[in-house]
Design a protein around this ligand. Structure first.
Ligand code: FAD
Length: 564
């Protein structure tokens, strides 16, 4: 295909990438970008940091302007221009200038839909009250800034514990506001498994953010007489009332598919635009990219919606390639994501346990708590790391990590391994850069692979934190092999204590009739103990992630008291 005119609807992540790539592939094509907002190619991911003040100037968010895109790429960028309807048969799109109301019709040879996703606004009574904001565009961010200043806002409620909600909670807190975070699920950051989200929740709590988990909003009300001059009082399903000067709605996003519907394009099961592996829609002259499209999870094969900037940018480039008939295909979206909350970073790649269960994919999990760099070099921080892999083949299925240092680098390595179809044996063998201030000779990624190898070859059977109750009900002995001072700081109720270095001489104290579940602080010493017990003919298991993972799950309320 050698299109004379390419029209791109949406001028931010996916749309701008498609436009710039198309120009690099053809100097002749006319490339028109329609954007209904005032800005193109702006840094929407930076909005929370502009609101919080870490990004000092609004202009830093404007990565390109229509003028710079004209000068550099000869793109015809039309801000304030909304695409209203696609007439696919006639290959034309109708447009309207949102400021003047002027309409026109634009024929195309190839069209790219990059309309993104719009924030969800469920029909909760009072949701449209003044002082309620979504965070999607630069004007949204400016409105929030202005409201905070003019109202001298002191208290905010953030509704939604996904990454936008958490980033906003962090940034408003850093501005000195008093924050309540409301999340209907019993945890924040749904892509993480609950024990991995627990350290994030602790970090939020430690920084003064009040968490209301497992509690949805039932209404936003006007303050009652004498209650104060609040913008809203947020009424939770539990009956809790939280007054607020402003409310941030971070309730997720929904793909913008109005245009695709107008063209009669096929939508997927999740409501996103259905595309093939070249991002082509059901119409051969229309491509779609970014948050608006339905993707396939390469691990589970399930359709999904994963609104992230990396996939949108890569898809934009690929769609342009496809328009010009170049080879290449989109392999799916793994959902690799990272989030910073105060001093903590959380990151993940691939599906979590819940997603694997939903898709009926068999998996095994291991948890570990390595140091971010050599323990003897100052400043090492623990990382809570979890990998999921196929029990039969050992193929990596997903990974999650939380900690104060070195989290992003481990997840990026694991994301690369995941996409390459590597196994846990490959992880154990990876040669990774090491010097004491930045890593370990056995990197956490290597260790994760080695631990999984031990589980797979039977040399270290594991019990997960959520399986412990069932083992104890079967009268297994829970054995703590930490030192006495460590145990004094907290222990799992019902556990017996024999420090690792006494275990050989005190074996007789452990009844031979029962299984033994061993734990230490992180799983390393309990691995040695498990081996020792196995060599002595005992059925022993290592508690995966040991005391730290158990405690994270317990503190977050996932372990009922009677099984603890
Ligand atoms: P967008 O970038 O949203 O662009 C769509 C554009 O289309 C919009 O400007 C819209 O005005 C325009 N449009 C829609 N309909 C029409 C129409 N009919 N006519 C004309 N124009 C139209 N992702 C990450 O990976 N990491 C992050 O840290 C991160 N942080 C984020 C923080 C915030 C506050 C937000 C809002 C998003 C964040 N994201 C992040 C998500 C990321 O920004 C999106 O996944 C990405 O921008 C999607 O690109 P897109 O091109 O599909 O849509």
């Amino acid at each position: 295909m050698n299109p004379k005119r390419i029209v791109i609807v949406g001028g931010v992540a996916g749309g701008a990438s498609a436009a710039a790539r198309a120009r690099r592939l053809s100097e002749d094509a006319e490339i028109i970008v329609l954007e209904r907002g005032p800005h193109v190619s702006f840094a929407n991911c930076g909005l929370p940091y502009f609101i919080g003040g870490e990004i000092g100037s609004r202009d830093s968010l404007l990565v390109q302007t229509p003028e710079s895109l004209k000068a550099r790429f000869n793109l015809d960028v039309r801000p304030w221009t909304e695409a209203l309807e696609i007439r696919a048969e006639a290959r034309e799109v109708s447009t309207r200038n949102v400021r003047t109301g002027e309409t026109s019709v634009l024929p195309y040879d190839a069209l790219v839909i990059a309309t993104g996703a719009s924030p969800v606004r469920p029909p909760i009574p009072g949701i449209d009250r003044p002082g309620h904001f979504v965070v999607r565009t630069v004007p949204d961010a400016e409105r929030i800034q202005e409201w905070i200043v003019t109202r001298a806002a002191r208290r905010a409620v953030v509704v939604g514990g996904g990454y936008i909600g958490l980033e906003m909670a962090e940034q408003l807190r850093l501005r000195g506001l008093d924050i309540s975070l409301v999340e209907a699920l019993p945890q924040v950051m749904a892509p993480l498994d609950p024990e991995m989200a627990a350290p994030l929740q602790e970090e939020l709590h430690n920084n003064g953010i009040r968490l209301h988990l497992g509690d949805g909003v039932s209404a936003f009300e006007a303050p009652e007489l004498g209650e104060g001059d609040w913008a809203s009082v947020v009424l939770l399903k539990s009956g809790t009332r939280i007054p607020a000067d402003l409310v941030i709605l971070g309730l997720g996003v929904r793909p913008e598919t109005g245009l695709a519907r107008s063209a009669g394009l096929k939508l997927g099961a999740t409501g996103g635009i259905a595309v093939d592996d070249q991002l082509r829609t059901s119409d051969p002259h229309i491509w779609a990219v970014g948050d608006a499209v339905e993707i396939r999870d390469p691990v589970t094969g399930s359709p999904g919606l994963i609104p992230l900037a990396g996939p949108a940018n890569r898809q934009g480039r690929l769609a342009a390639d496809s328009i010009f008939g170049r080879p290449g295909h989109y392999g799916g979206t793994w959902g690799t994501a990272v989030l910073r909350v105060f001093s903590m970073t959380a990151a993940c790649t691939g599906p979590n346990e819940r997603a694997l269960q939903r898709a009926g994919v068999r998996y095994q999990a291991v948890h570990l708590h390595p140091q971010s760099h050599a323990g003897y070099y100052p400043g090492a921080q623990p990382i809570a790391l979890k990998i999921l892999y196929a029990p039969d083949s050992g193929r990596l299925l997903g990974a999650q990590a939380v900690g104060k240092d070195g989290v992003d680098k481990r997840i990026d390595v694991l994301a690369t391994a995941l996409q390459a179809g590597m196994t846990v044996d490959d992880l154990a063998d990876l040669e990774l850069a090491y010097a004491p201030p930045v890593g370990s000779a056995k990197d956490p990624v290597n260790l994760a692979g080695m631990i999984a190898q031990n589980v797979r070859d039977g040399s270290m059977p594991v019990v997960q934190w959520h399986e412990l109750g069932a083992h104890l009900a079967e009268r297994a002995i829970l054995l703590d092999v930490r030192t006495a001072p460590e145990r004094a700081e907290g222990a799992i109720p019902g556990s017996r204590h024999i420090p690792l270095h006494d275990l050989r001489t005190r074996l007789a104290e452990l009844s031979a009739d029962h299984d033994i579940v061993v734990h230490c602080a992180t799983g390393q010493r309990s691995y040695y103990a498990t081996r020792l017990l196995n060599h002595h003919g005992r059925r022993a298991f290592n508690l995966s992630g040991a005391f730290r993972t158990w405690k994270a799950a317990k503190d977050a309320g996932w372990i009922p008291s009677q099984t603890s």
